[in-house]
Design a protein around this ligand. Structure first.
Ligand code: ASP
Length: 585
């Protein structure tokens, strides 16, 4: 080895030892006859010292010539520092260097490689390999590594077998567009990259594997956001001979194991909530339960008092922000403007303050007497000091708007603490979702999800009301996992495809292999997949999954470091029998 120790290792106990360290020059401080160099590797930073008198001249000059990010090896004696730095684990010692070798010089890096950097996003992405030298970035990948190891440990301990499934496949419908890969040996034909290994893991159940998992890359061509990347990682799982409760228990176990082993946190009780309740009380299928602020419906108490906007609305619904009665007029106006932005689309915002001295004042005092407002306050369970915020309109739209407002108020009032974790199982999702654009039903989860047996007759009469054996795990308002109990017989699967508007031929062409497998002894089965990058981001207390991916893509799906996607050589196109002619969009 080119080193005897790492740069994070030496302490007072090592004083007087002869050591060799290797790493990157983080900083050089040259005080004339005295030079300090901070040497960094992935384990830490150790200070090197070169001193006129006790260090020979040539060595002193060599040290003075070191530039940032030079790769060097330094040998010398560990000595006790006179001025100790208790912020650094190695801050009590330094190395009095007797030999210095420059292993590789470095150009001046385009940004400062320290916790606080001057590099913008795009620049750091272009030089991601330099960004990854920074502690704050490296630590995120270390967290990811730990979570991966703990996942494997837990799953192996529960008898799950990790099986790799192919990457060149054909379309798996998870609701996004496919990335496709042309086949050279089958001109004019394409593979699709898996949106998930869904059909393969089901086939593994037919094969008798019983308990499968895989930490696997999935690919979805959709618009990007902070919590989306075109390629991302799932902890993908499937089990046979289980019901929904078994799956929830097993994977609650996984998540609890990760929290306790990686963060030392006991996650505690995981609440269950139906999709219908989540929508009714939080306007959202992934409610953030770190704070309460449940929706309260006010039709009974707010309609019929001559306020046309409420009278004509399908739903009048509000939230009570505890302790926010002090909000100034200006703050409330600002909130009103905020909910009226097109992204949220509310028509307006009605408020009622329950002042600390017990008075009720609202923005609609013209229509409501104090007794009326008291009825609102009672419905909310409001107390003096609270602020009631009310929206109205079409039920579905208004719930969505209020959900945004609730999250905003939670943020404003400091209720979304990143160090707190509130998990929730959302269950009983609808099987189908009506799509206005295509005027047909889509599978809300995916087409392999089974309907609740008692709801099957509704498929004919009221398809939108059919509930599925489908569930999501939500933590702090983020969907971290989702799955379902699957259909495992041909007839039901075929029926499902029919309801999704597939002709028999189309269904056969795309998923005949799966339906056929169901005819050869398919056990009842179900599963779940966790968005691994999101889970890492939550553990790390961050909104962006990008930080937890070694080489992520930017918002337009580009890797600016390797400059991809890019055109390919004519020769390659020819081999693929492809001619490119781009259409104007
Ligand atoms: N394949 C599903 C997904 O990617 C998960 C599952 O149903 O197990 O969301």
């Amino acid at each position: 080895m080119l080193r005897t120790h790492t740069c994070g290792e030496l302490r007072l106990d090592h004083v007087n030892q002869e050591v060799t360290l290797a790493g990157w020059v983080q900083r050089v401080r040259n005080k004339g006859g005295l030079i300090w160099v901070d040497l960094r590797d992935r384990y830490g930073v150790t200070q090197l010292i070169f001193e006129e008198g006790s260090t020979d001249k040539a060595l002193l000059e060599k040290a003075a010539d070191l530039g940032r990010e030079f790769v060097v090896s330094a040998s010398g004696t560990v000595i006790e520092r006179t001025a100790k730095n208790d912020k650094m684990p190695t801050g009590s010692i330094e190395i009095k260097v007797s030999q210095l070798e420059v292993l590789n010089a470095a150009k001046i890096p385009p940004f400062i490689i320290e916790d606080e950097t001057d590099g913008g996003d795009e620049l750091r992405m272009k030089y991601r390999y330099l960004d990854l030298r920074r502690n704050v970035v490296r630590e995120k990948l270390q967290l990811r590594h730990r979570m991966m190891q703990e996942t494997r440990k837990f799953m192996d301990g529960q008898n799950f077998i990790e099986v790799e499934t192919p990457v060149l496949i054909k379309s798996t419908p998870e609701g996004a567009r496919d990335f496709v890969v042309p086949s050279r040996t089958n001109p004019g034909e394409f593979y699709a990259l898996p949106q998930s290994p869904q059909t393969f893991k089901q086939l593994l159940m037919v094969s008798g594997f019983d308990r499968y998992f895989q930490i696997v890359k999935c690919f979805r061509d959709e618009d990007l956001r902070a919590d989306r990347q075109p390629e991302f990682t799932q902890i993908d799982c499937e089990m046979a001979f289980v019901n929904q409760e078994d799956i929830l228990n097993t994977f609650e176990g996984l998540v609890k194991h990760l929290f306790s082993s990686v963060k030392g946190i006991d996650l505690g009780y995981v609440e269950h909530m139906t999709f219908a309740d989540a929508m009714k009380y939080y306007g959202n299928d992934k409610p953030d339960l770190r704070f309460d602020m449940k929706f309260v419906e006010l039709n009974e108490v707010a309609k019929g008092k001559g306020f046309g906007i409420f009278d004509n609305a399908e739903l009048v619904v509000g939230i009570c922000a505890k302790g926010a009665a002090e909000y100034t007029r200006k703050q409330i106006d600002e909130l009103t403007e905020w909910v009226k932005r097109p992204q949220i689309g509310a028509k307006g915002l009605v408020y009622a303050r329950y002042t600390a001295d017990g008075n009720l004042k609202s923005s609609v005092d013209k229509f409501y007497e104090v007794e009326d407002l008291q009825a609102w306050a009672d419905a909310f369970g409001a107390e003096p000091g609270d602020l009631m915020l009310v929206l109205s309109g079409d039920a579905k739209a208004v719930r969505k708007q209020l959900s945004e407002l609730r999250l905003r108020m939670g943020e404003d009032l400091g209720l979304r603490d990143r160090t707190k974790f509130k998990p929730l199982w959302v269950v009983d999702f609808p099987l189908l979702e009506w799509d206005e654009e295509t005027k047909r039903y889509h599978a809300m989860h995916h087409p392999f999800t089974s309907p609740k047996r008692e709801d099957i007759p509704l498929l004919e009469t009221d398809p939108g009301a059919v509930r599925a054996n489908a569930y999501d795990l939500v933590i702090n308002g983020v969907e971290v996992g989702g799955g379902s109990i699957r259909i495992h017989d041909r007839a039901t699967q075929q029926l499902m495809f029919t309801h999704l508007g597939f002709s028999d031929e189309e269904a056969q062409k795309q998923f005949g292999f799966l339906m056929e497998a169901f005819e050869y002894g398919a056990p009842p089965h179900g599963g779940i997949a966790f968005g691994f990058d999101r889970l890492c981001a939550i553990f790390g207390g961050s909104d962006s999954i990008r930080d937890y991916i070694a080489f992520p893509k930017n918002n337009s799906g580009r890797d600016v470091m390797i400059d991809s996607p890019s055109t390919i050589a004519d020769e390659q196109l020819k081999e693929l029998s492809i001619r490119v002619s781009l259409e104007q969009k």
